[in-house]
Design a binder for this molecule. Sequence first.
Ligand SMILES: NC(=O)c1ccc[n+]([C@@H]2O[C@H](COP(=O)([O-])OP(=O)(O)OC[C@H]3O[C@@H](n4cnc5c(N)ncnc54)[C@H](O)[C@@H]3O)[C@@H](O)[C@H]2O)c1
Length: 437
Amino acid sequence: MPRVTVIGTGYLGLTHAVCLADLGHEVLAIDIDEDKIARAANGEALFFEPGLEPLLRKNLDAGRLRFTTSFAEVGAFGAVHFLCVGTPQGEGGGADLSFVNAAADALAPHLTAECLIVGKSTVPVGTARQVMSQVQAIAPASRQVDLAWNPEFLREGHAVQDSLTPDRIVVGVTSGRAEALLREVYARPLAGGVPLLVMDLETAELVKVAANAFLATKISFINAMAEVCEATGADVIPLAEALGYDARIGRRFLSPGLGFGGGCLPKDVRAFRATASALGVDSVVSLLTSVDAINQGRRDQVVALARDAAGATLDGTRVAVLGVAFKPNSDDVRDSPSLAVCDQLRAEGAIVSVHDPVAMPNAAKKRPDLVYARSVSEAAQGADLVLHLTEWSDYQAIDPAALARVVARPVIIDARCCLDAELWRAAGWTVRVLGRP
Ligand SMILES: NC(=O)c1ccc[n+]([C@@H]2O[C@H](COP(=O)([O-])OP(=O)(O)OC[C@H]3O[C@@H](n4cnc5c(N)ncnc54)[C@H](O)[C@@H]3O)[C@@H](O)[C@H]2O)c1
């Protein structure tokens, strides 16, 4: 079996390294962040991801997984190098490829024997070929260095399961040797029936951005329908349910509410729009401009509802915010819709207290001046308004009668459309739900 390295140990890279080790590979993972490497080597998952930490420890103990900060060690160790560094939003909305370029520059001088670099980061179409020439210009064994692109589709909160048993494995290759090596790396999931789709580099890069653009479009579509419901008194929940029964449409990614956030969909939509603009593909530019605008509009809509519920002004209103993670089962607050709503509330003079089961330490790094409560009831103490902004299952288990006793006014806005409104109303709450009468 080829020895494998993983470059970048963020949400994607650490999960990938742990799961490859669990598939039986010898894995060496590297990051430029020495603190992350020390903690991971010590068995600490670097972020909240169900099931990841036990698997990390198991594979450290088995000796299949190691961590380093030395690219020389990585170059000497691996026959397959997975590139998993970040591709955040750059100026003008396009992807910032500086981490990809820096990682390729750092690795290339140490490639002295036949090997395969496999990009997993989400990148604009054309990046793979550019990285290939960049590496081949520097690598001592340049003629023996091959490159493939193998986009990743894992979902935070389900990352381990998605990595071990993905819906499909997509690989963009330029040689039979690259395909054969990737078939070896993924032998176990392939033997378990996971489909392998082999294509050219450009198409593989595009599959990932197209998938994210489609998912974002689906969310913004149902949120646009929620706007129609808000204007007409119709109810978006049975509407979504009825649409979802149509096998051609499907129910998933059709949950109305506050819209998408996180480290992937928003920046991937904007990066794809920037690529389409550079290519002159106006249809994609206008589609994705609308998708993004609808999504941002949901944040404004929650604030408008809050203003209305507070009696025209938020100035001096005490607001308890439930949830700051961009989605449940994650501590990721990158482009968190909840934090954006908190910013708007505070800009209008509201006094905001927030709670989240796991994401408060990350939120505190970005918004150190927010008030963080240790429990839901502490956040809601004396509140005029409660906002449900991330759909953690903990919040669906809240006893509305008990919470009614600690607030100043029992008014809640459910921006994720998943609380049992009748139960809350029965306990004396005024309940407003995005997209529902
Ligand atoms: N997070 C997800 O759910 C997910 C899912 C699919 C695809 N992706 C894609 O995967 C890529 C990584 O995303 P992420 O969420 O893991 O980002 P992240 O910011 O959590 O992790 C990136 C890591 O790369 C490290 N790094 C940066 N430069 C480096 C270098 N030169 N050498 C070694 N390490 C370096 C950083 O220190 C960081 O630990 C992005 O392109 C993203 O779009 C992410």
